[in-house]
Design a protein around this ligand. Structure first.
Ligand SMILES: *Cc1c(COP(=O)(O)O)cnc(C)c1O
Length: 369
């Protein structure tokens, strides 16, 4: 089977560059042998540079949700009080996950398309000193909003000293996130977003405070038991069979990211995002972001113009123009469409999207006023 190339503009999975595809076709190795040991220790060190952390860091064979699950089950006990801020479907999913394991979650809900207000977190923590942890989403992929994580961390860690669990699946490696600088306890992300590798790996960093919480956390855990991951990593292994091919890809991706330079990677994402937003407005379209200062540098959400059929626009873009856009999620499913611009992306990829929209929008009954 051979898939034709598309301009894949979903906010994960992203396109995968040729050198990573090639790296992934290396011969298989024994994951209990010296070659794997060398690879995992080198790659873990490189990942720590991208996370800007000296904390422990683990590579899990899972999608991003696996890292988020690890952050919950390794720090909390059933009945523990947790504050969670949400303004989209990934924020909501993090809450569902914590509740599935018995956490007592107080939800701070914000409008989809708006940013979380750190002051609401401050008030919630002031109201209830027994709260153990705060869960936040750094970049809400479903709405294209980057929440003010540094400010939220200053409240959660600086003012209250609570555990801070961060979903950074669609931000890490694309948008600055100083894990140590902002004192984030658990930060999870995944291979198919900013790292431009196929799906299959998740990464999570663990602070000293998180390890302390781990000692008494009684939520059930087995596959995602990080104490076990730690003891295996000391021997250059993982507890279970890792996705070795994806690890080859990761190794190449990290070489590429660190060669380009983290600052340059952030700058590339910022300038392509800016270009995307300006181009959409020039086409006469409206962004979902209420305040553009919070508009994401990894994904742009655009309001569906009145009278335009969602399925028709997305379908024609794919069938006639070879551009794959992302639909909305949850309650915004057909009210917006999204353009992913993270990981392996250059401005020409978005220029293609703009040209395609110029062709397709009139066919679906949209004319800029
Ligand atoms: C993609 C994504 C996830 C979930 O990732 P999976 O890899 O599908 O488990 C979680 N949170 C955010 C913000 C995401 O963008």
């Amino acid at each position: 089977m051979k898939m034709p190339r598309q301009n894949l503009r979903t906010p994960g999975p992203t396109p995968v560059p040729d050198d990573i595809v090639e790296a992934m076709s290396n011969p298989m190795i024994n994951h209990r042998g010296p070659e794997f040991r060398d690879m995992i220790s080198r790659v873990t060190d490189q990942l720590k540079q991208v996370f800007m952390t000296q904390n422990d860091l683990f590579i899990l064979t899972a999608s991003g949700t696996g890292a988020l699950e690890a952050s919950i089950v390794n720090t909390l006990s059933p009945g523990d009080k947790v504050v969670a801020a949400t303004a989209g479907s990934f924020g909501d999913r993090f809450i569902d996950l914590a509740r599935a394991y018995g956490a007592d979650v107080k939800v701070l809900e914000f409008e989809w398309g708006a940013a979380v207000d750190p002051d609401a977190i401050r008030r919630a923590l002031r109201d209830d000193p027994s709260v153990k942890a705060v869960m936040v989403t750094h970049n809400e992929t479903s709405t294209g909003i980057t929440h003010p994580l540094a400010e939220m961390a200053a409240v959660v860690k600086g003012e209250f000293g609570k555990l801070l669990l961060v979903d950074a699946v669609s931000s890490l490696g694309c948008i600055p996130l100083a894990v140590d600088g902002w004192d984030c306890d658990m930060v999870g992300t995944a291979s198919q977003k900013g790292f431009m590798i196929p799906p299959g790996l998740a990464f999570i960093s663990v602070s000293e405070a998180a390890w302390e919480a781990q000692q008494t956390a009684s939520m059930p855990r087995f596959y995602f038991d990080l104490a076990s991951a730690k003891s295996y990593l000391e021997r250059g292994q993982t507890p279970f069979t890792p996705a070795v091919a994806a690890m080859y890809g990761l190794s190449q991706a990290l070489d590429n990211i660190l060669d380009e330079g983290l600052e340059n990677v952030y700058e590339r994402h910022a300038s392509i995002a800016q270009y995307t937003r300006e181009s959409m407005k020039n086409l006469g379209l409206e962004l979902l972001a209420e305040d553009e200062t919070y508009a994401s540098n990894t994904v742009t959400a655009i309001k569906m113009p009145a009278g335009v059929d969602h399925g028709k626009l997305m379908g024609l873009m794919r069938s006639d123009e070879n551009v794959v856009l992302a639909a909305g999620q949850g309650k915004l499913a057909t009210d917006i469409f999204r353009i992913g611009h993270l990981g392996y992306v250059v401005q020409e990829d978005i220029e293609e999207v703009v040209e395609a929209l110029k062709t397709v929008l009139p066919k679906v009954g949209f004319s800029a006023s």
